[in-house]
Ligand binder design. Sequence first.
Ligand code: ZN
Length: 365
Amino acid sequence: MPYGRGTFLAMKKNATNLFQIVIFLLLGGAFLAGVSAIASNGEGAGELEPRAILSEISVTAVTSEGAAGDDPSQQATPLPTIDIANVPVIEETALEPALNPIMNIGQEPTHNFQIYEVERGDTPNRIADRFGINSETLLGGNPWLSQESSLLQAGVELTILPIDGVLHEVQVGDTLEGIAELYGIPVDDIIAYEPNNLEFPFRLYKGTQILVPGAVRELFIWTPPKLPDRPEGYIVGTGTFVRPVGGGCVSQYYWPGHPGLDIALGEGSAVYAMDTGTVTYASWASGSYYDYGNLIVVNHGNGYETFYAHLSGINVFPGQVVNQGQVIGATGNTGRSSGPHIHVEIRLGNFRDDPSFYIGIPGGC
Ligand SMILES: [Zn+2]
């Protein structure tokens, strides 16, 4: 494309400051001319206020330019009238190179995500551990897993993000600032993630995906994949879990130093079996488990076990078959407990998983 008027117009916005520099140079020349003109008029420059001098000079500059073009065919484009008081200060940024509007088309994100197919017996934590990310990031990379969803079944393919964060699909009207605000993550962090290919002026492309590092989507409820069948006559749970108590609030969430969920509520509240199974333990916890106080353990016959700790009452005995939702005991404050609450665990093999994934959470205290 020739460097013609079209190019100039396209660059006009960026070239505004350059234009102002030209004006200043012209005015600078006019200033010298004006000073000599005033001197030749015999008027003392000292008699005029500085501001008055400037006004006179600006008139002089425009007039002399106009006078040069008596012949209309040779007349240059007339300069716009400049109010000198309103000419902005030229900042250093004005000297930065103007962007070329033709070259600067930007680049769409170039992500390269792994895909993982969910297998029987998988849990969110196990999948996340395998890839060295937080379990919340599974949702971050797979927005279709909504809170009510039971879509995370064996055979389903998950997008695995390389780092913790959320994958945001760009919608019409999105801005980088808006996305940053939505997830509470600094804009710079989003730009710094290289595969997003965000370079000034940070164009977003509808339908593409921006990875927001460190962002977290809301917790979701995990419905576990179907587990292998067991021999007939064996008590097998449904593979789903209900909440162990009817209310309360979370006084301690699941974290590596606390592989269960604490729900605080009044002593003596009913405790329900989270799934159908066989009671394998129902008494004061002994040995290394003494912290649990009165404890019930239910084996669900499908690889899962549930633990109910700090109870004030126990309504079941070892070997008893219990149904999902059946009352098995009462909440308390026994063992190492600093207030009435129930500590529950969901174990798969020896792995203690986050109960929130199975039963949701009633909210923090
Ligand atoms: Zn606890």
